[in-house]
Design a protein around this ligand. Structure first.
Ligand code: IDP
Ligand code: MG
Length: 147
């Protein structure tokens, strides 16, 4: 099954939205594989956002993402990357469709609550940045046959 890396950013943690956000993925029928509550080092933040190096928002993004704890997760499911990106909504809250996480809770692009991988390659890269293979929990998610 496809896997993705999702991370509730420091604003989501500070605003008390961990439970609200995770419940949306649970109710969708996706499967949690790993989770970690942590503060990103400068080094990890740079690796995570290396594709944005040089852009105007890169430096502020690094200080923001390392400014407090994040909740990093791996989720799996059929089409989990596209499905979670759809539940998260567009980067800018103004463009995010109503009912998405960013539309429901975010106001500014730089405080958009959650990160989600955008491709299979990036998902694999990001999962490996944050988790060791043995930290992914293999188990039978018994409701899968109803989803
Ligand atoms: P995504 O999170 O929707 O995949 P990306 O384009 O990959 O969006 O950008 C990564 C993160 O960088 C965004 O989630 C947001 O926090 C920040 N960001 C992107 N564009 C801007 C911008 O124009 N202003 C401020 N922050 C931005
Ligand atoms: Mg992105």
């Amino acid at each position: 099954m496809e896997k993705t890396f999702l991370m509730i950013k420091p604003d989501g943690v500070q605003r008390g939205l961990i439970g609200e956000i995770i419940s949306r993925f649970e109710r969708k029928g996706l499967q949690l594989q790993a989770a970690k509550f942590m503060i990103l080092s400068e080094e990890l933040a740079e690796k995570h956002y290396e594709e944005h190096k040089g852009k105007s928002f890169y430096e502020p993004l690094l200080s923001f993402i390392t400014s407090g704890p994040v909740f990093a997760m791996v989720w799996s499911g059929d089409n989990v990357i596209a499905l979670t990106r759809a539940l998260i909504g567009k980067t800018d809250a103004i463009d995010a469709a109503p009912g998405t996480i960013r539309s429901d809770f975010a106001v500014h692009t730089n405080f958009n609550l959650i990160h989600g991988s955008d491709s299979i390659q990036n998902a694999e890269r990001e999962i490996n940045l944050y988790f060791k293979p043995e930290e992914l929990v293999a188990f039978e998610h018994t409701i899968q046959r109803w989803i």
